[in-house]
Design a protein around this ligand. Structure first.
Ligand code: FAD
Length: 345
């Protein structure tokens, strides 16, 4: 006798877990397949940044996405041990006076009063001769505990299946997968979607990103996220996260020397003391040329769906659009044209 579930989710990154949250919230039955491999989500910095710091403009739907994430984190804290949103603000170190002036001008010209501080700040320990601007309404997710606790919860509730999902075993005519009958399957596989026979044509561009965990000889303030080239923030004891690089040309399964050097040089630019690298690793961001996520249902097999292309904003996009996809599947709600899978057909 097969077990019936409303949903099968494939993938245990931000896309998979935020979609699982929608199902928990709405009391749907489901199982989530995880091949227990660390991926982009598990290695991410976890930064919540409403501003594109290269151009000083607001991120797409920033207000809605931040509000939605805070609501989700409150909801998650009802069934997981804590709220994983850490309200430490991003302090952007200015490269020069010109950049500081641009920041000030953009507050007015781009209506960024809610996101860019009008006052500047000087941080101790790190070099910031032109001071820092504070990104208001920024923060981060406690990535490691979020994934550890969420996956443990799924396991205890018997929602988690720790094996690789095998496309060859889907019987689409009968809605059967191995020991399950299902209503819907949602693929949240990140760059592994390239091997998914139903969605392999979606033009996902893998973008390799490295990070380091470092021990600093002089502690920096604990409740700030420092941004210069990459993000630096405190993890625990005297261990800090610094990353991640953007290596669009990066391929393969090895640590790249150029990325390692970029991280060392980047950190040395503003941290003048000794540091020791404790760990270096990488993941692949699933990015899209148009910088928009991709979600929707397969054109022929209508109960196979996808949530992917989260890019550099896996947390905001993953949370916000898992709700859109859920409402699309359950209630036929139209997807925003910018993110709709149909833009490729
Ligand atoms: C170094 C780095 C730093 C980053 N920093 C940030 C940040 O600060 N803030 C932010 O918002 N974003 C950040 N990102 C981007 C973010 O991590 C990605 O957008 C996000 O991880 C994508 O999530 P995903 O769930 O789509 O894919 P993934 O994280 O790749 O997860 C997909 C999962 O599905 C599993 N899977 C695939 N196929 C199968 C199968 N057949 N069976 C079972 N399991 C399967 C994989 O093993 C994988 O674990 C960063 C990325 C990197 C690399």
């Amino acid at each position: 006798m097969k077990k019936h579930v409303d949903y099968i989710i494939v993938g245990d990154g931000y896309a998979g877990l935020f979609f699982a949250h929608q199902l928990i919230l709405n009391k749907k039955t489901f199982v989530l397949y995880s091949e227990s491999k660390k991926s982009a989500s598990h290695f991410s910095a976890g930064i919540i940044n409403p501003v594109v710091l290269k151009r000083f403009s607001a991120f797409w739907l920033a207000d809605e996405q931040i509000d939605s994430l805070k609501t989700t984190m409150d909801q998650i804290s009802v069934y997981l041990p804590k709220n994983y949103f850490v309200e430490d603000a991003i302090h952007r170190i200015f490269h020069d006076e010109k950049e500081r002036d641009i920041w000030q001008r953009k507050i007015i010209s781009n209506n960024l009063e809610a996101y860019l501080s009008e006052e500047f700040d000087a941080l101790q320990i790190v070099e910031n001769p032109f001071e820092t601007g504070v990104v208001l309404n920024s923060g981060r997710i406690d990535v490691q505990n979020f994934f550890t606790d969420f996956l443990r919860y799924l396991k205890i509730q018997n929602y988690l299946i720790e094996e690789k999902f095998d496309f060859a075993k889907i019987e689409v005519m009968d809605n059967v997968y191995k020991d399950f009958t299902y209503k819907n399957i949602v693929f949240c596989e990140g760059i592994a979607v390239k091997s998914n026979p139903y969605f392999s044509k979606i033009p996902i561009i893998p973008n390799k990103g490295h990070f380091i965990k470092v021990q600093l000889s002089e502690a920096i303030p604990e409740n700030v996220i420092i941004k210069k080239k990459h993000f630096l923030y405190h993890l625990e004891d005297n261990m800090y996260y610094y990353g991640g690089t953007y290596d669009p040309e990066g391929t393969g399964n090895q640590i790249d020397d150029a990325a390692r050097q970029q991280l060392i040089d980047g950190l040395k630019e503003f941290y003048p003391y000794e540091f020791q690298i404790l760990e270096i690793n990488f993941g692949y961001r699933p990015t899209m040329e148009d910088r928009r996520p991709v979600l929707g249902s397969h054109f022929r097999v209508k109960n196979l769906h996808i949530l992917n292309g989260l890019g550099a904003r896996g947390i905001l996009n993953g949370n916000y659009f898992s709700n859109h996809l859920y409402n699309h599947i359950e209630f036929g709600q139209e997807l925003l044209p910018d993110v709709d899978l149909n833009r490729f057909t």
